[in-house]
Ligand binder design. Structure first.
Ligand SMILES: [Zn+2]
Ligand SMILES: [Zn+2]
Ligand SMILES: [Zn+2]
Length: 99
């Protein structure tokens, strides 16, 4: 993905700080930290479901649903934690945890 310019990042940050609904559907939010506004987000080592901010260390769920392909973002209120395993789950309700 192309690096975000600061203006775009700032606008998106401001918008989603106030209204977290929809973060999952915004590809740019994969590289914006909602805590410190940093755009230095990297995959978390050893955890394929999470990304981590290199600036403040905040980690959040962001991954693709294996059932429907939609993006899950733990910062989005529409992606609640799974009652069984605690992983943030897709709006379709599917979870990879063993049943
Ligand atoms: Zn941060
Ligand atoms: Zn899904
Ligand atoms: Zn689960």
């Amino acid at each position: 993905m192309e690096p975000l310019d600061r203006d775009t990042a700032k606008k998106l940050y401001k918008h989603y700080r106030k209204n977290r609904d929809g973060i999952r559907n915004c590809p740019e939010m994969a590289s914006i930290c909602l805590i410190c506004e940093s755009i230095h987000i990297v995959p978390m080592e050893g955890n394929p479901y999470k990304l981590v901010c290199r600036n403040c260390g905040f980690a959040f769920f962001r991954y693709q649903c294996s059932a429907c392909g939609a993006t899950i973002d733990g910062r989005d209120p529409k992606n609640p934690p799974c009652e069984t395993c605690g992983l943030r789950v897709c709006t379709c309700g599917a979870c990879d945890c063993p049943t």
